[in-house]
Design a protein around this ligand. Structure first.
Ligand SMILES: [Fe+2]
Length: 399
């Protein structure tokens, strides 16, 4: 279907059928898929005002654009984009585990440096986030599985790392260039650095913050931005980091930017940030299942979050995201290891019997090849007293 949109509505993944209105006479290649945010900016600079897009040729179809925000999570109608896997999951997990541990350590050092007001040195974290993207290139499922590891007191370290992993996957899913994938992942890794300056009693307060506590909490964005501004870090990256709590309706912080004033990278960062925060287990609360978190993201769009990016993010992770837990029809619990063509029948590792209340010898099962067993629902580890870290050490990670 051909649909006319403004340049402001153009997003990576859409297929441009033709340019409808253009200021100036610089010639623009009129047909093709928009591969990156950079390309959207080039079109803007060349004076393109309105374009006709072919929704059927979109890398990610537009058909869900009109779905209203609902109370229940949308079930993606398409499987995530074909992920090229250069090495097996087992193979990549060994390397990814080491990277994961290294990432937490680097994050800890960066936070300490900020706290001591030492200058930011980007060389090590930049190299690290490039390695993270290389791991996603080899096999995205390994790091995605590892996002499930949560140490009780390491939320701040793991959250930044997870957002970096999620953004690397998300940017690749949207067909962005390698450089853009690296930049977004790097922005994710650095986005919450300023939180180290927030007093512990506010940062780790169980329950709602008071108005004055919230005002202090909000400062973490500016602390981070100020710290990073003193270096040669790319301006666009700092902008995205500064915008991760902005809202499209202008009621976010710290700037209160509205709509188009918020960059695409800032919008993507906001989605990944919220998803990880919702699904994370904290000392005082269990994380939500991915399904519930998807429903919250949908409800927050388009008022707060960018609806297009929310929809694409959900498609990117799939109905049952890699690393999430599912209940099977035979009353066994399993971890999703890999997406299949059928989004409802992933490859899983079965490891726990709910009926008998004990762990089983872990076994990989491709549900698309199984005639009798199906997924009944998405679950969370705490509902069944599952120690996901111990499970990892025993049966998934080899590092
Ligand atoms: Fe934040």
């Amino acid at each position: 279907m051909i649909k006319t949109i403004t340049i402001e509505e153009l997003k990576p993944g859409m297929f441009v059928h033709k340019i409808v209105e253009q200021k100036g006479d610089l010639s623009v290649k009129s047909q093709g898929r928009v591969s990156s945010i950079e390309m959207v900016n080039v079109l803007k600079k060349r004076g393109v005002k309105t374009l006709a897009i072919d929704t059927e040729k979109a890398f990610t179809p537009e058909t869900k654009e009109d779905i209203p925000a609902e109370k229940t999570a949308p079930e993606p109608v398409t499987t995530p984009a074909e992920k090229v896997k250069k090495v097996s999951l087992e193979n990549e997990l060994a390397r990814a585990s080491k990277l994961h541990a290294q990432g937490k350590e680097i994050q800890r050092i960066l936070q300490t440096n900020l706290q001591k007001e030492m200058p930011f040195d980007g060389s090590i974290p930049k190299e690290f986030s490039n390695k993270l993207v290389e791991s996603v290139d080899r096999n995205p499922d390994a790091l995605l599985c590892l996002t499930q590891i949560r140490e009780k007191d390491d939320y701040l370290l793991e959250h930044s790392l997870n957002v970096a992993i999620l953004l690397a996957n998300f940017a690749k899913f949207l067909g962005m260039s390698e450089e853009e994938v690296q930049d977004l992942s790097y922005a994710g890794f650095l986005h919450d650095l300023g939180k180290i300056k927030i007093p512990d009693e506010i940062l780790h307060k169980p329950g709602k913050l008071t108005v004055s506590e919230m005002e202090i909490m909000k400062k973490h964005v500016q602390y981070g931005v100020d710290h990073l501004k003193e270096t040669d870090l790319d301006e666009a990256l700092i902008q995205a980091i500064g915008e991760h709590h902005e809202r499209l309706d202008g009621r976010g912080y710290p700037y209160g930017r509205k709509g188009d004033e918020i960059s695409n990278a800032g919008r993507m960062l906001a989605v990944a940030d919220m998803y990880d925060a919702l699904t994370a287990d904290r000392v005082y609360k269990a994380g939500m299942s991915s399904k519930k978190a998807f429903a919250v993201l949908m409800n927050e769009s388009p008022v707060r979050l960018d609806k297009y990016y929310v929809q694409q993010f959900i498609k990117c992770l799939g109905v049952y995201p890699v690393g999430s837990l599912v209940m099977l029809s035979n009353e066994r619990l399993a971890m999703v290891l890999q997406q299949n063509d059928s989004p409802f029948m992933p490859v899983v590792k079965v490891f726990y019997s709910v009926k008998q209340g004990h762990y089983l010898t872990p076994k990989d099962v491709d549900l698309s090849q199984e005639k009798t067993v199906t997924v009944t629902k998405a679950v969370i580890a705490s509902e069944y007293n599952i120690d996901i870290n111990a499970f990892f050490e025993r049966s998934v990670s080899i590092g």
